[in-house]
Design a protein around this ligand. Structure first.
Ligand SMILES: NC(=O)c1ccc[n+]([C@@H]2O[C@H](COP(=O)([O-])OP(=O)(O)OC[C@H]3O[C@@H](n4cnc5c(N)ncnc54)[C@H](OP(=O)(O)O)[C@@H]3O)[C@@H](O)[C@H]2O)c1
Length: 322
C-alpha cells in the first residue's frame, strides 16, 4: 500500500526532475482520466500531450485550464470516436506522424508514453514497440472472474454486467499477453476504488424498467452516503501520475535509460515486481494476489486466445469500415 503522502512526495520529485515527456490520454475529458491529465499537466515540464476525445468544443474549458496550469505544455487534441477501430488506427498514425516530425526538428528527450485509458481500447496492430521507457495504464473494475472462452464477444449471452466483468478479465489477460512481446513496457490494470466522478449517479439515473425504482432509491438515499467515502478525482489523478512515473513498477525488462527516467522511491516505499509484466493493483496501488480463476487461465494460455480474438474483432471491424 502506498499512502497519499508518499504519492505526493514522489510527484514532487517528478516535478523537479522530468522534462520533455510525451503522454497520450484516452478518455480523459472527465472523471479519473481527466484527474490524471490535470495532475500530469501540472507536474510535467514542457510535456507534449495528446488527448483523444469526442468533442474539442466540449473540451475547451479543460484545454484552457491545462494551458493556464502549464503554459509550456504542448496540447494536441485529436477529435475522434475511439469505439470505431478505424479511428483508433487513424489517431495512432496521426500521433506517430506528429512525433516523428517533432523529433526530427528537436533533440528528443527520453519520453515516457503514458496511456491511461478508461476505455476498452487495445493497442494498435501490431502491438506497439516502444524503445524508450513507457507505461500503459487502465482502470480496472474489481476482480477478474470466470468468462466464456468460446464466446468472448458475448454474442450468445450478453448483458451489461457480463460485458463489464468480461472486459475486466479480458483486459488483464490481454495486458499479460502484450507484456510478453513488449517486455520493456509497464502495463498497469488498476482498481481505483470508488471515485466520485458522477458515473454511478448517471448509471442509476438512466436505469429503466424493473430496476428503475430501486435505482432511484439508491440514487437519493445510498449514493450520498457512499460519496462521503469516495476518492476525489484529484487524488485519483495524483495516483495516476505516480503509477506512470514511479520506480515502483518496473517492466519485465528495464530498457536503457529506465532507471534515469523513473522517479526514485520515497523512503519506505518498495519496488514491486510482477512476473507477468502486467500489474494488477488495488486502490492504494498495492499489488493484488491473482484470483484462482486467473491463475487457471494463465495455465491454460487463455491470454493468447483473448488477444487473438481481440485482433480478429479488430480486423473484422476494419474490413467492414472499408
Ligand atoms: N469511478 C469509479 O469509481 C470507478 C471504479 C472502478 C472502475 N472505474 C472505471 O474507470 C473508468 C473511468 O471511470 P470514470 O468514473 O472516470 O468515468 P467517466 O467520468 O464517465 O469518464 C469516462 C471517459 O471516457 C470517455 N469516453 C467514453 N466513451 C468514449 C468513446 N466512445 N470515445 C471517446 N471517449 C469516450 C468520456 O468522454 P466524454 O467526455 O466524451 O464522455 C470520458 O472522458 C471506467 O472504465 C470505469 O468503469 C471507475
Amino acid at each position: 500500500m502506498v499512502n497519499i503522502r508518499d504519492v505526493r512526495t514522489s510527484n514532487g520529485v517528478f516535478k523537479q526532475t522530468n522534462s520533455g515527456l510525451v503522454a497520450v490520454f484516452v478518455g480523459a475529458t472527465s472523471g479519473i482520466g481527466m484527474g490524471t491529465l490535470k495532475q500530469f499537466a501540472k507536474n510535467a515540464n514542457s510535456p507534449t500531450i495528446y488527448i483523444l476525445g469526442r468533442s474539442q468544443s466540449a473540451a475547451k474549458p479543460l484545454l484552457d485550464e491545462l494551458s493556464t496550469s502549464n503554459s509550456k505544455a504542448v496540447l494536441n487534441f485529436i477529435e475522434t470516436e475511439v469505439s470505431l477501430m478505424k479511428n483508433v488506427d487513424k489517431a495512432c498514425d496521426e500521433i506517430k506522424f506528429k512525433e516523428t516530425k517533432r523529433r526530427r526538428n528537436r533533440h528528443p528527450a527520453s519520453p515516457t508514453l503514458l496511456h491511461p485509458s478508461p476505455l476498452h481500447l487495445q493497442p494498435p496492430r501490431p502491438p506497439p514497440r516502444i524503445a524508450q521507457p513507457a507505461r500503459n495504464l487502465h482502470p480496472r473494475r474489481r476482480a477478474e472472474s470466470e468468462i466464456d472462452l468460446s464466446d468472448l464477444e458475448l454474442k450468445a449471452n450478453y448483458s451489461g454486467l457480463k460485458a463489464m466483468s468480461s472486459g475486466t478479465t479480458q483486459t488483464t489477460l490481454a495486458f499479460e499477453e502484450l507484456a510478453k512481446t513488449n517486455p520493456s513496457v509497464t502495463f498497469i490494470h488498476k482498481y481505483p476504488g470508488f471515485v466520485d466522478t458522477g458515473v454511478v449517479d448517471r448509471l442509476l439515473r438512466d436505469t429503466t424498467g424493473l430496476w428503475a425504482l430501486p435505482a432511484t432509491f439508491a440514487r437519493w438515499f445510498i449514493l450520498p452516503i457512499l460519496d462521503c467515502f469516495a476518492t476525489s478525482t484529484d487524488e485519483a489523478g495524483e495516483r495516476g501520475v505516480f503509477l506512470a512515473t514511479s520506480a515502483r513498477f518496473p517492466p519485465l525488462k528495464k530498457p536503457d535509460g529506465w532507471e534515469a527516467a523513473a522517479v526514485p522511491l520515497p523512503e519506505g516505499v518498495k519496488e514491486i515486481s510482477e512476473e507477468t509484466g502486467a500489474y494488477r493493483l488495488g486502490a492504494k496501488d498495492e499489488s493484488v494476489d491473482a484470483v484462482p480463476v486467473l491463475v487457471r487461465y494463465r495455465q491454460e494460455g487463455a491470454g493468447e486466445k483473448v488477444w487473438e480474438s481481440t485482433l480478429a474483432v479488430w480486423e473484422r471491424a476494419l474490413a467492414r469500415s472499408g
